[in-house]
Design a protein around this ligand. Structure first.
Ligand code: COA
Length: 207
């Protein structure tokens, strides 16, 4: 399990983000993705197991297209949020162990709901130490801060790890098209009501 989830207090000017130490002693930094991460992510893709790729993308893909990598590493402000768990080196030099992404759906005419789809991959090199849970919690925090009404993700029904993780975080599991082997996990994010300040004198209308 993780040892820390707090910003590093030792001087480390060349790396930004939050330092985490996994249960096996490996140190990683949680930070927003940077354009320089494209090459390390592309390189690390070849080290993933076919099953990890299938679970993440819901089918097999052999490589990440340049267009996909560009969009992943250039999140649109206000629409996308992409977090990575990276080695403690500057972006471009650091290997990336995990990527978690939130993409806000385009607004639907006449609907005030704002929802976003998440996707996550924690590579087997660093899986099982709590990173998935931590990254998902951060995506949920971001979604709340952006006042989204729900987040959802499509998960293979055989993906026990993600379904367990989603359930533990409060997602419900929907089977939208029975028989297609894909479950949609959905977390509703009800707006927090701001309590009215107590004992605040009412301002009388100016007459
Ligand atoms: C699913 C995934 C994100 C989990 O990441 P992780 O860092 O290994 O998960 P964590 O260590 O944070 O564990 C989270 C919870 O899931 C449970 N879990 C993890 N792996 C599990 C497994 N193989 N079987 C059952 N439960 C499992 C853990 O017990 C833990 O629960 P707890 O916090 O109550 O103890 C990771 O396995 C992954 O990226 N898989 C491939 C891609 C994928 O499936 N993406 C999801 C679709 S977008």
């Amino acid at each position: 399990m993780l040892g820390h989830d707090t910003p590093c207090h030792v001087p480390a000017p060349r790396v930004s983000g939050d330092r985490v130490v996994l249960g096996n002693g490996r140190e990683l930094w949680l930070r927003s993705i940077r354009p320089e991460d494209a090459k390390p992510i592309d390189g690390a893709f070849g080290l993933l197991r076919p099953e990890e790729v299938r679970l993440r993308y819901l089918h097999m893909i052999k490589a990440l297209s340049p267009d996909y990598l560009h969009r992943l590493t250039h999140p649109v402000r206000g629409r996308d949020c992409v977090l990575v768990a990276a080695e403690p080196y500057p972006p471009g030099e650091a290997l990336i162990g995990a990527v978690a992404r939130l993409m806000i759906d385009p607004p639907t005419a006449g609907e005030s709901d704002r929802q976003a789809e998440f996707a996550i991959l924690v590579s087997h090199f660093v899986a099982g130490y709590g990173l998935g849970r931590l990254l998902m919690k951060r995506l949920i925090d971001r979604a709340r801060r952006r006042r989204l009404t729900r987040i959802y993700g499509d998960v293979l029904e055989s993906n026990r790890a993600m379904l367990v993780l989603a359930r533990r975080l409060g997602f419900r599991i929907d089977h939208e098209t029975p028989g297609d082997g894909i479950a949609r996990v959905v977390l509703e994010l009800p707006a927090k009501r701001t309590p009215a300040p107590a004992n605040r004198p009412r301002r009388s209308r100016a007459s």
